[in-house]
Design a protein. Sequence first.
Length: 454
Amino acid sequence: MTARPISETVASLMSRAKAELTELVAFRSVADPAQFPKSECDAAADWVAEALRAEDFQDVALLDTPDGTRSVYGFLPGPADAPTVLLYAHYDVQPPLDESAWISPPFELTERDGRWFGRGAADCKGGFIMHLLALRALKANGGVPVSVKVIAEGSEEQGTGGLEQYAEAHPELLAADTIVIGDTGNFRVGLPTVTSTLRGMTMLRVQVDTLEGNLHSGQFGGAAPDALAALIQLLASLRAEDGTTTVDGLASDAEWDGLQYPEGEFRKDAKVLDGVELIGTGSVADRIWARPAVTVIGIDCPPVVGATPSLQASARAQVSLRVPPGQDAAEATKLLTAHLESHAPWGARVSVELVGQGQAFRADTTSPAYTSMAEAMRAAYPGEEMQSSGMGGSIPLCNTLAGLYPEAEILLIGLSEPEAQIHAVNESVSPQELERLSVAEALFLRNYAESKKA
């Protein structure tokens, strides 16, 4: 059967998809009760569960994971002896950051310039809608030819590992022949892409203490050690002058041998200001897909407004380290911890707390499932061939699933192309990409079922 019926069906479902994504984006489902009420995540989980029930999924369940969040599971049985495919997405989102910087409200899906704007529109509530569209299209064109499991995670953005721990304790639950992770994206709009590698991550909180209490900067400044100054100096030790990550003992010279990322395109995608240099050495692809990268993602210190002339007794930061394939995240955590503990100036006291950790991932792009996906993407994107790229972000669940189900093929696709600006203000999704990737996923499921019969 050709792609035409599937593509026409998906096109006819797009208005419904927009209405559903509008409802799902409206939940302020940041999995951090210190920022948003837990009830927002619970409501989003309930919405996802009801959506699965409406599509005749069985055994729909809200799974209470060890980190205090909920993942949503459902099973749709296919024909006898059909393979099983697990479809993954997550309904939790990054916080909106400065809501005043959004052109439209972050939790109201808004159409503008041919895109749909809203927190989670691409990462990854749109991924869940993509799965629904693909399944609906198949139902309308002869039925779903495989058994389908869906898992929608509730704390992926926090990196707290709830679903990984739950899966390890219930290894039969997510077992599948092939797993489609709907949480990455095309290299750019219109270029069908599977993600072949993911960097792992470790997240640490580091606190520096130097005084029993804050002091007057005029009376004591110049001799008394300021914890904030000590923290700044400590954090600066994590980068060389050119911006290369420099954690003692951690290699930072690997090279990427696949699809390259032209520097001009990267500057445009990253919106680097004119005259500002990129950091690090090597190709852009080396830096973002093959090498570690440290980022200070938050600092607890007095804000400028209301600041007093005081020396700070304590200061705290949260540090993220992206770990490329080939490097062990647990070992990287030890090295980063040791670096922070040994580089504090003036004998300042340093304490380090592990917040989250996940291993890097490398897919087997020679597997039969990739052949089926390449055929599907060729049909969904006429004139384009499927590309394979790395991704600098982390999906810790991938390695958990690979460890639990070593025979399963794992593919990574999704809606988070550069224009989506995931994790930033004004996140958006391209409805054209949502439509084409839904077609591709539907065709993949059909192709994969046929390949298993051969």
